[in-house]
Design a protein around this ligand. Structure first.
Ligand SMILES: [Zn+2]
Length: 250
């Protein structure tokens, strides 16, 4: 077999193996996306739980504060009953009024905090529902990945062995070019020459459409042991049987 025939045989197997691997990779990418969305949801739920805890502590403090204001007010009411002078009465009354105002403020703050707590709990409920839904999707993505991995494992092992065998007959320098192009173009490492205008000797790369000098085309046509890269896309150029046949007829 010629160098180009060896490369084309390698290309065939390489592309099949890549196709199988990409089915598994796609399933992995999908699973990763689901997992990261779930992680984000859970992080938001944790943050809400933190906020809820802090708010509850604030509410508890405000309730204690309100309780001690009430206690003080009740004590002052007793003092008011027992007050002996008008001056004393007025001083106590003023303090009671001040405490009433302070109590009102504390109650308002507690109410606002409790409303905040309601919002937090509604948000938590909504996010938890989303997280439950996302967990279901994540779990089926996990199963899908495992199924796909198992499905292709055997075939992939065979193809990889075959690929290694085909690659073993390709010289190292050509293999390096081949692998690079295959990585760059999802396995499309080989570019057939394309005839643009035979009379004008115009040929190009059928993959990237760059036009190629005729002496390069001629070299490739004449000897398919020669490995040449396209100047445009760096794939390995080759002449199809069809093109060779057409040229011979001429
Ligand atoms: Zn090209």
């Amino acid at each position: 077999m010629s160098a180009i025939e060896d490369l084309l045989a390698l290309h065939l197997v390489d592309k099949q193996a890549r196709g199988l691997r990409s089915r598994v990779e796609n399933a992995q990418t999908y699973l990763n996306a689901q997992q990261s969305q779930l992680d984000e949801l859970n992080a938001s739920i944790d943050e809400l739980a933190q906020r809820s805890k802090l708010t509850q502590a604030t509410v508890a403090n405000l309730e204690t504060e309100a309780g001690s204001i009430d206690e003080r007010t009740n004590k002052l009411r007793d003092d008011l009953k027992n007050s002996s002078t008008t001056k004393q009465y007025n001083v106590i009354l003023e303090e009671i009024n001040n405490l009433k105002e302070a109590k009102g403020q504390v109650d308002d703050r507690a109410l606002a905090e409790l409303e905040g707590l309601d919002t937090i709990s509604a948000e938590t409920e909504a996010l938890t529902a989303k997280a439950t839904e996302r967990t279901t999707v994540r779990d089926s993505a996990t199963i899908e990945l495992k199924e796909r991995t198992d499905e292709v494992a055997e075939q992939l092992a065979l193809l990889e062995a075959e690929r290694a065998e085909k690659a073993s007959v390709v010289p190292a320098a050509a293999l390096e070019i081949f692998d690079q192009a295959a990585d760059d173009f999802e396995g499309d490492s080989m570019a057939p020459l394309e005839e643009i205008d035979r009379r004008r000797l115009e040929y190009g790369c059928s993959c990237c459409n760059v036009s190629l000098p005729f002496n390069l085309v001629n070299t490739i046509m004449a000897d398919d042991n020669i490995v040449q890269q396209c100047k445009g896309c760096l794939r390995i150029l080759y002449a199809t049987e069809e093109l060779r046949g057409a040229l011979v007829k001429k």
